[in-house]
Design a binder for this molecule. Structure first.
Ligand code: ADP
Ligand code: MG
Ligand code: MG
Length: 878
């Protein structure tokens, strides 16, 4: 028996999302609930996947099954596709398992043809309407299915309007549209060299195939990549009877949310247009009206809609994003899905639903996407700002954006990828602009509402967006934006406030984000659930304070070389590195010690007794030294210009030192504890600074400190033995000299494969392990972290050679196994060994999910990722 590829809508339900896609399962569930939806059938995602895997060829039986599904559909409705009497008109809609708003194709009004147009007109008693559907259909079908360039139709439409001396599409009469349809047909037939099909049944097959293909179009690819959606899922295709929102003033179409997707507030949130087809709203072509205004125009349908909204939200126990159409006063629902929302809204909705008794805390946590919380950590406009906005649009996606104007998505992508802050301004954004939206700071559009695809997508990515700013004039060719008397060119800086819709003609000062009450409340639930600790990586007082404020339970990594980079220290540090003998080195270290001590005092003070892991110097030497080539040139120049002898001698000596220390592969060179093995006075100095700082803070009333000293880049047992001895001896010296006591521990980084392999031996000399997964990734995969992204790694990820960038999400198969082995071996020697991860992976939700299985005590990440890690760790533990 061949696989079942077709389901009547009445056969499906919400649980069948994987095969029917989100839209198909949603419509089926609504039908089951008795909510009015158009009838039809769904082609499964499996049919799409098989077609993809078979070079575009349909699987056996699909065509026949569609024909049978259509026959049943025709019997139920008493209509025929392509029939002269009672013609059936359908939409052919894409519908992925994970919603991808506007990324794929949908064709409306299929079934209208020379044979059927008269019956459509007669039934609606509206000839203009029928011909308008017909011309819309040819354009949509021609573009989407046959790949005919849209502007051929647009140009013909404009020419027709000019010829008739009218402004808007709606001013064209039935007769005008009839002529236009004839022209559209001719354009289509010419574009296809005579191969234009007019048979609706054949058109249906082709439309289904086009929707399959749209799964692979570039914007869908970009969207999937950005959202980590697998290409293997495929899209379903929904064939549904058309209902018409464009049959006159008692017809309408719209989109609504059961709660505000920007803020999470309860209330009526939606938009509609009378006498329009759905695409007009979601594609942002016309700026729609606020839903509350519908009460006056179509009161009955309005109240039925509100009831349906409440019912569907109650049924799904989550905020719904709905599409509806009203045909001659009768309401039809076309789509329901859990609405995309900003992180702020996600927290508010989850928190409110718990209060309303709809869901429990665990469910609330399950619904929060940790990675999305990043948005909350976006800056806002400084409230003391006094600048006046130059215009106002709709607040389509909250947050503030400052950037130079760009007028097209390609330029935005190009500049954005270089790290330039840009604001993308468009007449309306289409899903084709997605690559530009992704890298822009924010988006400004002249047209389109808050429920347009552009707005939905911007909210999903946390990009501030001001939409429908109708007073702005955009000249794309000339790259000019005019707002009142202000004229802006490409690169001129503006500020958007996506929370209010305001646009400012200058760069405004932004303030760091604040964490609100909903956040505090929900993250506290996360803390109850998680078993891993969350620490932060911080090297100074400010970062450490921020980390504590965001809930860090300690510092997992304090990098001392960052402290060495500051301008006032670099000379002393260079002096230390370039020292020719122990005496010179001692002098340099003398200078550095008090500076280090004051840094550590700051951090200990900020952390108020929480543990602080201080890593001893891990120097990529070249970062501290003058560049070899530059130094050589300097000497040569002095030689040529005959500079004074003393300077020349000094620069020559430096050159000789730099040359001596120069390494071909600094990342595999004198790094980590290797420098400390050569010059024990360096770890001695650092240990003294740490202990003196700790004692100074302890002396202040009521303060405690948690000192953990960490030895970097150990690969050999002798290294840890030697270094531990140096540190331990120095601590004891310092404490004895001060006549004080202090608890402290000494541990090591595991960041070389060899260290993981001999972790049991290393554990004999370490109180804790911190897995430095950045270096461990670099050394395990043999990929230079600093160079890879400019070269092959990007291609590897794009081509699927690697599933993702291993520096962002841990390579569980390789690096992950070394971490697991390191923990297991280490604990085989010392069951109480404390193990953590510091490095980018410590703040990455997918990596955290894996690290939970390894049995770590904590993860450590940058301060701003701490809240994300708290949520991710909770989800990993659930
Ligand atoms: P997308 O996934 O891009 O939102 P949809 O399949 O939802 O695409 O179609 C876009 C719009 O077309 C819908 O919002 C709806 O208004 C309109 N539409 C789709 N199917 C029908 C139908 N059967 N009758 C009337 N309008 C429809
Ligand atoms: Mg839709
Ligand atoms: Mg390292």
């Amino acid at each position: 028996m061949t696989e079942k590829f077709i389901y009547d809508i009445s056969e499906g339900d919400a649980s069948m999302k994987p095969i029917l896609g989100g839209k198909g399962a949603g419509v089926a569930e609504m039908m089951r609930l008795g909510v009015p939806v158009p009838d039809g059938f769904t082609v499964t995602t499996a049919a799409c996947v098989e077609t993809m895997n078979n070079n575009g060829e349909w699987p056996d039986g699909l065509r026949e099954q569609i024909a049978e599904g259509l026959k049943r559909f025709e019997e139920r409705t008493g209509r025929t596709l392509g029939g002269k009497d009672n013609p059936l008109l359908v939409s052919v809609r894409s519908g992925a398992v994970v919603s991808m708003p506007g990324m794929m194709d949908t064709i409306l009004n299929l079934g209208i043809s020379d044979d059927t147009v008269a019956a459509v007109a007669a039934e609606a008693d509206n000839e203009r309407f029928a011909w308008d559907c017909y011309r819309r259909f040819i354009q949509m079908y021609g573009e989407v299915v046959e790949g005919i360039s849209g502007h051929l139709y647009e140009d013909a439409l404009s020419a027709k309007k000019a010829e008739k001396g009218v402004e808007g599409d709606t001013d064209l009469t039935a007769e005008d549209l009839k002529e236009l349809v004839a022209e559209f047909k001719q354009i289509s037939d010419e574009a296809l060299g005579g191969a234009w099909t007019t048979d609706p049944v054949e058109q249906l097959y082709r439309a289904v195939d086009a929707v399959f293909r749209s799964w692979g179009n570039p914007r869908a690819e970009v969207y999937r990549k950005a959202n980590n959606i697998s290409r293997d899922l495929g899209t379903a295709v929904n064939v549904m009877q058309m209902v018409f929102g464009n049959r006159g003033e008692t017809s309408a179409t719209g989109v609504c949310f059961t709660r505000n997707p920007s803020t999470g507030e309860k209330g009526i949130y939606g938009e509609f247009l009378t006498n329009a087809q759905g695409e007009d709203v979601v594609a942002g072509i016309r700026t729609p009206r606020h839903l509350s205004e519908m009460e006056e125009v179509l009161p009955e349908a309005y109240h039925e809609l509100l009831d349906t909204m409440a019912r569907l939200e109650g049924h799904y126990k989550d905020m719904q994003d709905l599409e509806f159409t009203i045909e001659n006063g009768k309401l039809y629902m076309l789509q329901t899905r859990n609405g995309k929302r900003t992180a702020a809204a996600a927290l508010k909705i989850a928190s409110d639903l718990v209060d309303e008794g709809v869901i429990d805390k665990a469910e609330a946590l399950r619904r929060i996407e940790p990675a999305q919380l990043d948005q909350l950590l976006h800056p806002a406009i400084d409230p003391s700002n006094t600048a006046k906005p130059i215009t106002k649009g709709l607040p389509a996606s909250p947050g503030a954006a400052v950037g130079g104007l760009v007028f097209d998505a390609d330029t935005a992508a190009e500049k954005g990828e270089k790290g330039e802050a840009v604001v993308l301004v468009r007449y309306e954004t289409t899903p084709d602009d997605i690559h530009g939206v992704l890298v822009a700071q924010g988006v400004l559009t002249a047209h389109g509402g808050m429920t347009s695809h552009a707005a939905v997508v911007a909210r999903g990515f946390g990009k501030p967006c001001v939409a429908g700013a109708t007073t702005i004039k955009i000249d794309v060719e000339g790259k000019k934006l005019t707002i009142g008397d202000h004229v802006f060119n490409e690169g001129d800086v503006v500020t958007l406030n996506g929370s209010t819709g305001e646009v400012f003609g200058e760069a405004l000062k932004l303030i760091p984000p604040r964490i609100n009450e909903d956040f505090q409340r929900v993250v506290a639930w996360a803390d109850e659930v998680r078993t891993m600790g969350v620490r932060a990586n911080a090297d100074n007082f400010e970062d450490a304070s921020k980390a504590r404020e965001l809930g860090a339970e300690g510092i997992g990594l304090c990098r001392t070389e960052h402290m060495f980079m500051a301008a006032d220290r670099l000379p002393a540090v260079r002096e230390m590195i370039l020292a020719e003998n122990a005496e010179q080195r001692a002098t340099a270290l003398e200078k550095i010690l008090p500076m280090q001590q004051s840094d550590f005092e700051g951090i200990f003070t900020a952390m108020k007794g929480l543990p602080v892991t201080v890593r001893l110097l891990d120097p990529p030497l070249h970062e501290f030294l003058p560049n070899y080539l530059d130094q050589a040139l300097k000497v040569q120049e002095l030689e040529l210009t005959g500079g004074d002898a003393e300077t020349l001698a000094k620069e020559r000596a430096t050159l000789a030192q730099v040359k001596k220390l120069h390494e071909q592969n600094p990342m595999l060179g004198t790094r980590g504890c290797r420098l400390a093995m050569l010059y024990p006075e360096i770890p001695e100095m650092q240990t003294r600074a740490i202990i003196r700082a700790a004692l100074a803070v302890l002396d202040r009333e009521g303060e405690t400190v948690g000192v953990e000293i960490m030895i970097p880049l150990v690969g050999l047992e002798t290294e840890i033995i030697t270094q531990r001895e140096i540190v331990d001896r120095t601590v004891k010296d310092e404490l004895a000299a001060a006549g004080k006591e202090l608890d402290y521990t000494i541990g090591t980084m595991i960041e070389l494969p060899r260290a993981a392999l001999i972790a049991d031996k290393i554990a004999e000399h370490a109180d804790f392990f911190s897995f430095g997964t950045n270096d461990l990734t670099q050394t395990t995969l043999g990929i230079s972290r600093d160079d890879a992204e400019n070269g092959f790694l990007t291609a590897y990820v794009a081509d699927g050679v690697l599933p993702h960038n291993p520096f962002e999400t841990i390579d569980t198969e390789g690096v992950g196994q070394l971490v697991r082995m390191g923990v297991d071996k280490g604990r085989s020697h010392n069951p109480k060994l404390k193990c953590g991860v510091c490095g980018e992976h410590g703040g990455d939700p997918d990596s955290i999910d894996f690290l939970q299985t390894v049995g770590l005590n904590y993860v450590s990440c940058s301060p701003f990722r701490v809240p994300i890690a708290r949520f991710a760790a909770a989800k990993a533990a659930m």
